[in-house]
Design a protein around this ligand. Sequence first.
Ligand code: GLU
Length: 285
Amino acid sequence: MSGLRGRLAPTPTGFLHVGHARTFAVAAERAGTAGLVLRIEDLDRARCRPEFTAAALEDLAWLGLDWTEGPDRGGPHGPYRQSERTAWYLDIWRRLEAAGVIYPSPHSRRDVEEAATAPHETDAEPVFPPSLRPARWDRAPAPGGVAWRFRVPDGRVIEFHDALEGRVRRTAGVDFGDFVVWRRDDLAAYELAVVADDHAMEVAEVVRGADLLTSTARQILLYESLGWLPPAWCHAPLVCDAAGNRLAKRTAGLAIRDLRDAGLSPAAVRDWRNASGASRSTAPT
Ligand code: GLU
């Protein structure tokens, strides 16, 4: 067996685009015969749509990416749907609550923005100010309609090795603050769900976009609190458009299906970086 078991984790809020194709191609290459898990990150029911999930499965198949495991493990593996895994996330919430590392936080994003100092460069979100932490709170049997945050160890440097970036460091309380693990609309938040699933699905290497480097530092803190060993990390460079902007979810002309319809081959779409140099002229409009 070569490679480390990986995963593909698309969020079905739009069609997959060349950025996904590239990250997923890197994931498939690195996983080798250790195989890939497919996980549909459809927790946010208001934003995710079943037709995008169906389209994602079709696009992945067209790209030649497959989530059947190597012959030694049996397959296929997935697709798993996060929307069906709430009981597991609640179990994790309970463990974190019992460990005393999370607290209920009624503050809106707006409160945080107002109370925070200048937003930090490495993350779009403002750093949650310690002044908004509660002095005390009651034990709770369930999240109960309020957001819950993980209390970060202020000043601690979290260092990890990334397969492409090398050594990465983030400082808790500086690069990121207390982060949401459970949302007030009673859904698991991204950081909790992804750690719960990568662990349960025995993902040995997480391959994803470089925009999630700071999230990795948050997730390492969760692994630690849960007493789990974190996976290996590989953050692929983001695909940008001709103007150097990061691709958004709905990027006209750069959706995998648009390129397929324009006659490009799966290999050309997987290798978009090489084929295009992000040149607009190769993308149909
Ligand atoms: N579901 C996320 C996305 O589509 C990826 C999260 C992850 O890889 O950890 O952007």
